[in-house]
Structures are given as structure tokens and as C-alpha cells.
Design a protein around this ligand. Structure first.
Ligand SMILES: [Fe+2]
Ligand SMILES: [Fe+2]
Length: 359
């Protein structure tokens, strides 16, 4: 990895966006290894949760989030090579929602790589999704980087096939955040066998980017910020020299480093989730290295949406630049002296937005 941030390019893109500089999408810049001329970017849009009401009516706020992201990606200069959609296009997996999302995403001028979320899956077990967007796990190569897309939101056969009287009931259960009747997400044996086989074909020096919906590590089980067989997936990725995982699902700024595998979450175009520690006393494994995003008002959903630029080959390993829509823009970088990421600007009390004191 070499120093890869191209600040000028990033600012040029951001500048073009003018007053709307806080956007519900992310941009990843990859500058890896031996071929500097092969530097490229891809954009990432996630968790649109388009919600059908009736007829042609949808929840407008969520429509707006996705439309805004699509619009802003189309204005990026230079254009990203492709866009990743990180899952949860629909809210309840309905055909109307998937059709609506497909129509909005059609406006993009760059190709889309699709990752499936649980909200897209648990009504018909992905049938309509696959018909529209193709398989739920696949791999592709781009400018010397091997990309793997996984469906990380599978669960036990009993829960999926036998427990619920109707498909709608199953979908409603999985759509809840804090649900004692839920079931942990998994990649499962068959897909891990496919992954092992896929990775056997490439050299260990090939940079690897893995795209999943849920984090491929364990954060908080009651909310399914969790992939139950994460360690087994990590074991398959471990032999590769450079591994970066990008995911959606958690709707918040979150990152982790396990060995040399880094994990990066993107925000949602619909709403932010709170951090589990602020809402629950139950044990959780929020990574020590995550610097929480500063939210002033938990009832103002747009203060936790925005756009980010992740340079995964930054000066000290990586740099996350977050432009939160209604909050202080932040940069979190690994601090070489402290050996962990820090966000000095946020830590400065004068730069913080004070939390609200009443509701
Ligand atoms: Fe989501
Ligand atoms: Fe999700």
C-alpha cells in the first residue's frame, strides 16, 4: 500500500457538489501496490429502505435519500468506475419496493454491483431480487483487485423455513431491530465452500475487497450487528496480504481492524441507528478503534446521514472523511504515534455540537 489520498480529486468532487456537500453516499479510493496508474474509485450507496404505502405511494423521506445519492454520484468528477449498492433497497422485500428502487437506481450513469440485505431477502428468500439484479454471491476482478460479494444475512434453516406461518410474518420479524425472536445472520457452509474455491484461484498477493451487508465480525447480537460464522469467513480471508471489507446494515460510522483485515461501514440513505451502548446495557463488542459519530439529536434522523470518503491506502493505513449532513464534518485517521485512530477535531470540545438537554 502506498500513500493514496488524492485530496485534490476528492475536493474537486466535493466542490462540485456545492451546498449539498453532505450526501448519503460514500466514495472509496483505491490505490494499491504495483500499478499506480490503476488507481480507481467506486461509490457506495446503502440501506435505502424504500417503503411502500399503497398504490404508487412510498415514504417520501426514504425516496429522497436514495434519489439524492444517485444524483450526487452522477455529478462526481471523475466518475467512479462503478457503484456498490450495499443492501436493504426495500423495507419489507415487496416487489413494489424492489421495482421502485430499480427505477431510481437506473438513473445512475455507472454500472452497479448489488449486495443483498435482509430486508430484500426474507419475504421471498431473494427470488425477486435475483431476477432483477442477479446472484446474491459472486466475484469479479477490477484493475488488479479481486472483489467478492457475499450474502451474509442467511440464518438457520428452521427459522427460515419452518418457524413462521407466513412469509410476511417472517419478513416482519427480521425487519425489527431489537427482536428476541430474531436469528443471527450467517454466511453458512455452502457459501463459505464457494468462497474457499473462489479464493483458491487467485494469488495471495492480490488485493482483496469483500462486500457484505452485515459486518463480517461481531458487534451486538440482539440487533444483528453480527455475523455468526464471521471467524470462519475471516479465516478464509486471512492468508491474503491486503483485505478490506465494506458493509452496510449498521447505518452508522463504524470500523474495525482484526489482524490485517480492515472493516468499514457506510451510512444509510434513510436513517442512522444509535450505537448499541447508548441504548442497551447488554454486552456488546463495539470495536475500540471506532470513534463514534457525534450525534446531537437522536430524533433528527438526517443529522446522522451524510457522505464519506474512505481512503483505504492512506498515510498511516486508512483515512475516513465524513461529511455529516447536519453535523460537524470529521476526519478519522490512524495516529501513528498513538497506534490507533483518532479524531482530534471532534475531541476538541469547542468543535462539538452540544447534545440536546431536553426532548
Ligand atoms: Fe438497513
Ligand atoms: Fe440490514
Amino acid at each position: 500500500m502506498r500513500n493514496g489520498i488524492d485530496r485534490r480529486t476528492f475536493l474537486k468532487g466535493a466542490g462540485l457538489l456545492g451546498a449539498a456537500a453532505a450526501l448519503p453516499m460514500g466514495l472509496v479510493e483505491i490505490v494499491w501496490g504495483k500499478a499506480p496508474d490503476q488507481k480507481f474509485t467506486f461509490a457506495y450507496i446503502s440501506d435505502a429502505h424504500l417503503t411502500h404505502i399503497k398504490g404508487t405511494e412510498f415514504v417520501q423521506n426514504f425516496d429522497k435519500g436514495l434519489r439524492k445519492a444517485v444524483f450526487e454520484v452522477n455529478f462526481l468528477d471523475p466518475q467512479p468506475d462503478f457503484v456498490v449498492f450495499g443492501g436493504d433497497l426495500a423495507q419489507l422485500g415487496k416487489k413494489e419496493e424492489i421495482d421502485h428502487g430499480r427505477e431510481i437506481m437506473k438513473e445512475l450513469t455507472t454500472p452497479v454491483k448489488w449486495v443483498m440485505g435482509e430486508h430484500d431477502y426474507y419475504l421471498d428468500l431473494g427470488e425477486y431480487w435475483r431476477k432483477n439484479f442477479g446472484p446474491d454471491h459472486y466475484s469479479f476482478d477490477h484493475k488488479g483487485v479481486h472483489f467478492v460479494v457475499l450474502n451474509s444475512i442467511l440464518t438457520d434453516d428452521y427459522w427460515t423455513h419452518e418457524k413462521w406461518p407466513t412469509a410476511e410474518e417472517r419478513m416482519h420479524q427480521m425487519a425489527r431491530l431489537d427482536n428476541p425472536h430474531g436469528s443471527p445472520f450467517m454466511v453458512k457452509d455452502a457459501q463459505r465452500a464457494w468462497l474457499k474455491n473462489d479464493l483458491a484461484k487467485i494469488s495471495k498477493d492480490t488485493p482483496l475487497v469483500v462486500l457484505s451487508h452485515s459486518p463480517l465480525y461481531k458487534v451486538f447480537k440482539p440487533w444483528n450487528f453480527w455475523t455468526d460464522d464471521a471467524e470462519k469467513v475471516q479465516a478464509l480471508l486471512k492468508p491474503f496480504r491486503q483485505v478490506t471489507v465494506f458493509h452496510g446494515h449498521v447505518h452508522q460510522v463504524l470500523y474495525n481492524q482484526i489482524g490485517h483485515i480492515s472493516f468499514n461501514a457506510f451510512m444509510s440513505t434513510a436513517w442512522p441507528w444509535p450505537y448499541p451502548v447508548s441504548y442497551s446495557q447488554k454486552p456488546n463488542k463495539i470495536p475500540d478503534i471506532t470513534v463514534f459519530m457525534n450525534r446531537a439529536d437522536p430524533f433528527k434522523e438526517r443529522d446522522g446521514t451524510g457522505w464519506g470518503h474512505i481512503d483505504i491506502a492512506g498515510r498511516n493505513g486508512f483515512a475516513h472523511h465524513y461529511g455529516l449532513w447536519e453535523n460537524t464534518p470529521r476526519t478519522v485517521e490512524k495516529d501513528a504515534r498513538m497506534a490507533h485512530p483518532s479524531d482530534t477535531k471532534y475531541q476538541d470540545p469547542k468543535d462539538r455540537i452540544p447534545p440536546q438537554t431536553r426532548y
